[in-house]
Design a protein around this ligand. Structure first.
Ligand SMILES: [Zn+2]
Length: 193
């Protein structure tokens, strides 16, 4: 049978079968995603690139079925999670970026419309055959943040102890060095600038 994640079937076939697909695939099997991660990590010095980042698993489950009782509207629901290596745009250090998607999709041809299914996102299926893995990959790529950053400031080197902003009070970030630097450059011309 092989991995159903990688088999191409029509949306109607997947839906009719009520196919449930377990996801446990390495990042390396998602070519497009791996390429993006690799390009991001290229900003790091070689020794800082996390080893075996391609081995990290994407896990989850997809369930196919029909959204309507007439069985005209193939749908895909489920979830997938992954941890991908990324470079924090604040401190430029590598970290594990958590990605999580919970698709609720209607898999429709470009001609088809579905009304009153607002809770679903319509996913246009241009080709006859779809490969579930491609959908998972596209969802994960879309979930990548525009600018990846440590979500926990305590882990981020850009915030050394003492200048972690107080989130509750919304206090502004204290940057003593930046302030000092501004003061110095005002007092004398910096030859480096
Ligand atoms: Zn950081």
């Amino acid at each position: 049978m092989g991995n159903p994640l990688q088999q191409s079937q029509t949306a109607a076939e997947l839906a009719s079968a009520g196919q449930v697909i377990e996801i446990a695939s390495k990042i390396s099997s998602f070519d497009g995603l791996a390429e993006i991660v690799e390009a991001d990590l290229a900003a790091l010095e070689a020794e800082k690139v996390p080893v075996e980042w391609r081995e990290s698993l994407v896990r989850g489950e997809l369930t196919f079925g029909f959204a309507d009782p007439e069985r005209h509207l193939p749908m895909l629901t489920g979830g997938a999670k992954a941890r991908v290596a990324a470079v924090c745009q604040r401190c430029l250090e590598p970290f594990q970026l958590k990605l999580s998607v919970e698709p609720k999709l209607l898999l429709l041809g470009s001609e088809e419309v579905a009304e009153d299914y607002d809770e679903f996102e319509v996913w246009e299926v241009d080709e006859q055959m779809i490969r579930p893995q491609d959908i998972v990959e596209e969802l994960l790529i879309m979930a990548l943040p525009f600018s990846a950053m440590h979500d926990n400031m305590a882990d981020c080197r850009a915030f050394s102890a003492g200048n972690i902003p107080d989130e509750e009070s919304g206090e502004e970030l204290v940057r003593p060095f930046a302030a000092l630097r501004t003061q110095m450059t005002q007092n004398e011309m910096d030859p480096d600038e």
